[in-house]
Design a protein around this ligand. Structure first.
Ligand SMILES: [Zn+2]
Length: 312
């Protein structure tokens, strides 16, 4: 702080993460003010008590409260970039999902309901065997409309580790696959998006290889849902998670879709020699975040130890 003011820095802005989480926040901020800097803070407001509000008004030149984006929003973003859709009809802007896995559509509906603060129904489309959920919202449409600009979405996706995990969960529920051999991968035509996903995975301690071109433009591909073969209109890339990170993936991101989760659990059970912990209760994966996270640390610790024993 002293160095900053001595090099003629005239203003300083504290943002996050959540700056008020720091025990010595006011000490640091008052020091900046005493050094003659213009001091501002952006907080999500969750830690503001009467006392904190008084301190803020005393220390800060400028204060902004930004409501905290919930992980549910990040999940919806992940799904919309995958299997979900956004449409603009005459007077309504709609966000929705059609999929054959009921638990996936239910989780999407729960997240949408939480963001919009109103109920979102799940319906079954009998003739096509698909579950459907959706809602109209102009604000969400503005955020999620296509073409997608990552810059527009980043503040919500990268808000905190929980939001990043939720975003990845939504994206992998949509487009991710688990092979019988336990290989988690995701295919997409948007190379930039896959590279971004790879960086996010890395920030959660999940390593993946550089996306590789697997199906160049023109490759014939069979679509079971339409019972037809089409030629790919764009190059298709695939991102693969390194197998030694499967457990970390399971604990930090996980699949809502039961058939994908079971396949991954089966693989982990074989490798660990016992059942992996079941972290993702149906329909409410992110409420248990803190509990999940502390188990995660214990687990990674014991895994590290067992791998060390393997080696030695
Ligand atoms: Zn967050």
């Amino acid at each position: 702080m002293k160095d900053l003011s001595e090099s003629d820095v005239s203003s300083i802005a504290f943002s996050g993460g959540e700056p008020l989480l720091r025990q010595d926040f006011f000490k640091v901020a008052s020091y900046a003010k005493d050094c003659g800097m213009y001091v501002s803070v952006a907080t999500n407001g969750t830690l503001i008590t009467r006392e904190v509000a008084m301190m803020l008004s005393k220390t800060m030149h400028r204060r902004t409260v930004e409501p905290m984006p919930p992980p549910e929003l990040a999940y919806v973003i992940g799904v919309v970039l995958g299997d979900g859709y956004v449409v603009s009809l005459d007077y309504s802007k709609r966000i929705g999902l059609h999929a054959k896995d009921e638990e996936f559509v239910r989780e999407f509906a729960r997240c949408l309901a939480k963001i919009l603060q109103r109920p979102v129904k799940v319906r079954f489309w009998k003739t096509r065997g698909l579950f459907m959920a959706g809602a109209c919202s102009a604000a969400l449409y503005r955020l999620l409309r296509k073409p997608v600009h990552l810059e527009r979405l980043r503040p919500y996706v990268e808000h905190c580790d929980d939001c990043m995990a939720s975003f990845l969960g939504g994206f992998f529920d949509s487009e991710g696959t688990v092979s019988k051999a336990g290989l988690i991968s995701i295919a997409n035509t948007d190379l930039e998006m896959l590279r971004y996903v790879r960086r996010l995975l890395g920030r959660l301690g999940i390593e993946a290889g550089e996306p590789r071109l697997t199906a160049p433009k023109g490759t014939p591909t069979y679509f079971p849902r339409m019972k037809k073969t089409y030629r790919k209109r764009r190059d298709c890339y695939r991102l693969q998670i390194h197998k030694q990170c499967n457990l970390t993936y399971h604990l930090r991101v996980g699949f809502t879709i039961a058939r994908k989760r079971r396949r991954l659990e089966k693989y982990l059970e074989k490798r660990l020699g016992h059942k992996p912990p079941h972290f993702l209760p149906f329909f409410a994966p992110h409420h248990a975040y803190l509990v999940r996270y502390s188990f995660f640390l214990i687990y990674v610790f014991s895994l590290d130890r067992s791998m060390a024993e393997d080696r030695g």
